[in-house]
Ligand binder design. Structure first.
Ligand SMILES: CC(C)(COP(=O)(O)OP(=O)(O)OC[C@H]1O[C@@H](n2cnc3c(N)ncnc32)[C@H](O)[C@@H]1OP(=O)(O)O)[C@@H](O)C(=O)NCCC(=O)NCCS
Length: 335
């Protein structure tokens, strides 16, 4: 990774003691192959590539990456396919999926790879170098499902920027990738998930529910929604500093916070940002990334039974490498 992040070194050390297996659904993609060759050299993570053995090897040779030692599994030629088909039908029995349809679906790397995680062949999955976010996430929603205590799967981005003091500035933003128009209850759950995810990366969470209004300065149903969601989150986790609704400037700028809401414990110092919907969230994190010089890691999916993460189709091999470490490190955090 180009910049070290608080928590990254710790994740690698933990993986060294207890290496995990990660599935890459796009086994012939050059970025996946480059990251795989680096991971194999580092020796703290076991990559499993989905694809035809010959095609994967030819692609690696063509791009010039050494992937000797990587396990390649071909959906067309998988020894335990009948077991996988039966489990798939069982998991999708509410949709009355029959074996013939299951066999067809399981030829797709995204579904096949997700089932490898479900069957315990791998611990985690990283996809999306060529699949869209929806096509990477949907199999996880359908097959891996939300873990106990969670009603939805959501996501957060971890944003990292070196600061003048030499320490990295680390922030979390949610939900920028999955839930299109979350309800108040869903926003509260997203906030708790993002705060907890932030803690894994060394953030001491101060959670701001963002709006165009600061503690009643503006009015409207969207303002009420964020205020009510903040109250629900506070009721769920009274131990966490949570505030809202807050405008972005009141959330981050101490001078503005002193004027607009001087007694608020979060205002001026927020580091976990909860957006009202996916439009705001997706635009917001990209502004931080493209104009604020933050490096963005994610979307990191929250609330699943096993870690499955999505890459941007514009990702590079370094991002694949970093996300693979994050994804594998989450295996023990989720249990
Ligand atoms: C996540 C997403 C793909 C789900 O869409 P979808 O597949 O059309 O959703 P469906 O309503 O058909 O749901 C499919 C399954 O996932 C479940 N599901 C959907 N959203 C869920 C959520 N947030 N949490 C948990 N489960 C969810 C549904 O209950 C359903 O389960 P079932 O098939 O067992 O009944 C959709 O919300 C989406 O496209 N989000 C935006 C993604 C995006 O473009 N992001 C921007 C780029 S980063």
């Amino acid at each position: 990774m180009s910049r070290d992040m608080q928590g990254f070194g710790m994740m690698i050390n933990k993986l060294k003691k207890n290496p995990k297996k990660i599935v890459f659904t796009e086994g012939t993609d050059s970025r996946i192959l480059e990251a795989t060759s680096r991971l194999l050299a580092s020796n703290f993570l076991t990559p499993i590539l989905i694809g035809n053995q010959g095609e994967v090897e030819r692609a690696a040779e063509e791009y010039g990456y050494n992937i000797r030692g990587a396990q390649v599994i071909d959906p067309e030629n998988y020894e335990n396919i009948e077991e996988m088909v039966a489990l798939f039908c069982e998991l999708r029995k509410s949709k009355n999926v029959q074996p013939e349809e299951a066999r067809k679906i399981l030829k797709q790397g995204n579904y096949f790879g997700t089932m490898l995680v479900k069957m315990g062949v791998a611990d985690s999955l990283l996809g999306g170098a060529t699949y869209t976010t929806a096509d990477t996430i949907r199999p996880a929603l359908q097959l891996i499902k939300t873990r106990p205590g969670h009603n939805i799967v959501s996501s957060c981005f971890i944003l990292v920027r070196p600061s003048a003091t030499g320490e990295n500035e680390v922030l979390a933003m949610a939900d920028c990738a999955i839930n299109i128009k979350p309800s108040e209850d869903e926003l509260a759950e997203i906030a708790i998930g993002a705060a907890e995810c932030g803690q894994i990366f060394g953030i001491d969470p101060k959670v701001a529910f963002l709006s165009y209004s600061t503690l009643g300065s503006g009015a409207g149903e969207d303002v009420d929604k964020m205020r009510n969601a903040a109250a629900k989150a506070k009721a769920m986790r009274p131990d966490l500093p949570i505030s809202g609704e807050l405008q972005f400037d009141a959330a981050v700028a101490p001078r503005v916070a002193r004027t607009k809401c001087p007694n608020d414990e979060v205002a001026g110092h927020a580091n976990v940002f909860i957006f009202p919907d996916i439009n705001a969230g997706n635009i917001g994190y990209k502004i931080a990334q493209r104009m604020g010089n933050f490096e963005a890691f994610g979307p990191i999916l929250l609330g699943l039974n096993s870690p499955i993460n999505d890459l941007s189709r514009g990702c590079n091999a370094t991002e694949v490498y970093s996300m693979a470490i994050i994804t594998a490190a989450l295996v023990d955090e989720i249990k």
